[in-house]
Structure formats: structure tokens, C-alpha cells
Design a protein around this ligand. Sequence first.
Ligand SMILES: Nc1ncnc2c1ncn2[C@@H]1O[C@H](COP(=O)(O)OP(=O)(O)OP(=O)(O)O)[C@@H](O)[C@H]1O
Length: 260
Amino acid sequence: MNSAAAASPRTGTTPSVVHVENVTKHFGEVTAVHDVTIDLHREEFVSVVGRSGCGKSTLLSMIAGLEEASDGVIEINGSPITGPGRDRGVVFQSATLLPWLTVRDNVLFALRGEPGLDRGRAREIADEHLHLVGLEGFEDKFPSQLSGGMQQRVALARSLSYRPKVLLMDEPFGALDALTRRSMQELLTRIWEQHKLTVMLITHDIEEAVFTSDRVVIMSSHPGTVKREVRIDLPRPRGKEIIMSDHFRELYADILSEFQ
Ligand SMILES: Nc1ncnc2c1ncn2[C@@H]1O[C@H](COP(=O)(O)OP(=O)(O)OP(=O)(O)O)[C@@H](O)[C@H]1O
């Protein structure tokens, strides 16, 4: 069956964009991911939490097409994932910017080779996305002139600039201080609310997962597998005050209890 065409069994509303079914990944003797089944539905924000080493990054890398599954099915819009593609944007913990290029040129570098895109239009798109992430006025700076949070904003703009269907993020704010991290979470949810992307966010931070997500997938270790999924039925748009609400704290405690 073409999973992209099927209505979600979980939500009954939006179809799956990414379908992961019974996926296992071995690295030699190590089973990093065991028999994982997950769907990312259209315009859904899903976080994956779990202890270090439970296979979160491996799962994301397989969806990104950077690692091949040992067993199982991974599809995007019903087609098997065979490698990286522009239908998926990936943001890692480190911004991985090219230090010899300006902020704008880092985004333009990602847009090179886009069919039918001339230099002028590419520059407009780069600047639109830099403004979207709050970097208006920083287009001509070099990465070394930016803070860590600003570098992650460039990485986000770069990934969004070619309009991927799915944004895959692996601990994107993990190296940032608490306040910068909070403002990046707010920025990300605002962009998601406006642009209705499909997002998978890997995080160690349960509060970040509850704040940003529609659904939190909890993985357990040895071997890495899905333990439970928790639907986050908090209203949107979400401002920072929601963190103090009783329901937020209940959801947080519920997820935390899976780690005790
Ligand atoms: N390229 C690799 N070669 C060998 N083993 C690997 C490789 N990548 C991951 N592993 C192993 O697979 C398991 C899962 O690793 P993975 O990085 O996916 O976990 P994780 O949940 O993302 O961890 P963390 O939260 O610390 O980033 C670990 O035991 C890890 O050592």
C-alpha cells in the first residue's frame, strides 16, 4: 500500500509524509535501532526523546538517507529513501557553516544547482530566509562573527531555503545556553506554525519536546526501540507562559516517568 495516500491510523486526519516500518539498524555487533515503526504526518511536529545511545541519531540519519537500514522500510511520500535528498532538510547540533563564506553565501551554497534559479532570485530567497530567522542585517557577516545561536539560525535558514518537505533536526539547540535555547524553540515553533512544515526533532530536553511538539516519541535503549508515544494536546500558538500551565507540567511528568 502507498502509505502516503493512507490516512493516519493515529490521527485519522493527515497522511504520512515519512513512513518508517519495522526498521532495524546494526553496526556490526551493535543493534542501534530495533524494529522501529514511526510515521511523520503532514505538517506534524514530532520529537524523539530517549537516553543517550538509544538510537535517536541513527533513526534520524536513516530518514535523512545518510545511513542505510539493515532491515525494514523507510519511505517519503510513498517512495523508498535511498539517499539524501532536497525533500529533507537536516540541522545538526553544530551549525556546520563554511567559515570562508558570508552568512548569505552559506545559504546560497545550499541553493546552488536548483533548477531554474538564477543568481538574483537565489539571493532574494536566501535573504528572505535569513530575515525569517531574524538575521536581517547580518547577511554579509562571516560565521566567526556570530554567536552560536545566530550560527544555528543560519543553519536553519539554509535548510529551509530549498523548501524541504520534512525538516530533520538532531539536537539543534543542544550546545546553546538556556536562554538562547528558549528563544530558538520559540523561533522554531513560530516558523513551523506559519509555514506548516513536517518536523522531526531529536532532543534530550523533555521540556523542549513538550513545548514544540504535537507528539513525543519515547525511545528505550539496548536495543533502541519505541517505548511509547505521547500526544501533546496543548493549544497553539504556544507562548513561553504555557510552560507554567498545569497541563504542560502533567505532560512533562508523564514523559519523565518513563525514564525512572
Ligand atoms: N557509525 C557507527 N558505528 C558503530 N556504532 C554506532 C555508529 N553510530 C551509532 N552507533 C552505536 O549505536 C547506538 C545508538 O547510537 P545513536 O548515536 O543513534 O544514539 P543516540 O540516542 O542518538 O545517542 P545520543 O543521545 O548520545 O546522541 C550506540 O550504541 C552507538 O554507539
